[in-house]
Design a protein around this ligand. Structure first.
Ligand SMILES: Nc1ncnc2c1ncn2[C@@H]1O[C@H](COP(=O)(O)OP(=O)(O)OP(=O)(O)O)[C@@H](O)[C@H]1O
Length: 246
């Protein structure tokens, strides 16, 4: 692009009444990065995502995409900049066929997005995420883990440059979590995406990402490679030493 980070948060703060859910978080994301975000329950991870995707306006701080100031813009402007996301609870159209759910996302694809032929239509996208055989089934009829894949497919249909994944491995079996991690890496590689991925399955996440941000009580307490982060005393303390692998 233009030498600017794909997305940059500068001192982003989100307050709900007296509660500061996100507290002055700064981070820049470069094209092609696969970054994890971890932190205990209530650390502010989803709220930070909501700010990064324009769902929640920050109480303070700034957001930039490719150098363009987006602070306070509506979510569709974030989408137009190539930012797509999934939600903790999959938001699929249960009665509609799987392929129609992806078609819905395609309507939001606009200029300046990923030009990958792998995202050219619903069939290509379903192929990419391994749901080609389920194309004609109503979304309600596929398994919960397939619904998570479908939500990723709907986000991909907007042809993003940046994909924000919020706990896409929640509720999956160990084998499914690993398959999900492999898929995320493949999508990053094949589609030239930047991916930011929140997950509670910390061990798996740390094995697959190159960089990880740790949030604790709304603050960013670490930002580095997985091996740097697991040696950070503040991180070990935030997790009471029992969740982050040595
Ligand atoms: N809309 C809201 N109104 C009021 N408080 C909120 C709102 N959304 C989140 N919070 C509070 O903000 C804090 C951060 O929540 P958030 O969901 O961002 O954390 P999280 O790290 O994603 O947690 P989890 O891992 O449990 O999903 C929590 O104390 C939460 O209760």
């Amino acid at each position: 692009m233009n030498g600017h980070p794909l997305l940059e948060a500068r001192g982003v703060t989100v307050r709900f009444g007296g509660l500061t859910a996100v507290d002055g978080v700064s981070a820049a994301f470069a094209p092609g990065e696969l970054v994890g975000i971890i932190g205990p329950n209530g650390a502010g991870k989803t709220t930070f995502f909501n700010a990064l995707s324009g769902v929640t306006a920050p109480s303070a701080g700034e957001l930039f995409a490719g150098g363009l100031r987006l602070t306070g813009a509506r979510p569709h402007r974030y989408a137009r900049q190539g930012i797509a996301r999934t939600f903790q609870t999959p938001r699929v159209f249960a009665e509609l066929p799987v392929a129609a759910n992806v078609d819905f996302g395609l309507q939001f694809a606009g200029r300046g997005r990923s030009a990958s032929w792998l995202l050219k239509d619903a069939a290509s996208i379903l192929n990419l995420i391994g749901l080609a055989d389920q194309a004609a089934l109503p979304a309600a009829a596929i398994t919960p883990s397939q619904q998570r894949l479908l939500e990723i497919g709907m986000a991909l249909a907007t042809r993003p440059r940046l994909l924000l994944l919020d706990e896409v491995a929640a509720g999956l079996t160990e084998g499914e979590v690993e398959a999900m991690a492999q898929l995320i890496r493949r999508l990053r590689d094949e589609l030239d995406l930047t991916v930011i991925w929140i997950e509670h399955a910390v061990t798996t996440l740390l094995r697959h990402v190159e960089r990880v941000l740790v949030l604790h009580q709304g603050r960013k307490i670490a930002d580095g490679t997985p091996s740097e982060v697991v040696r950070n005393p503040e991180v070990v303390e935030a997790y009471l030493g029992d969740e982050v692998p040595a």
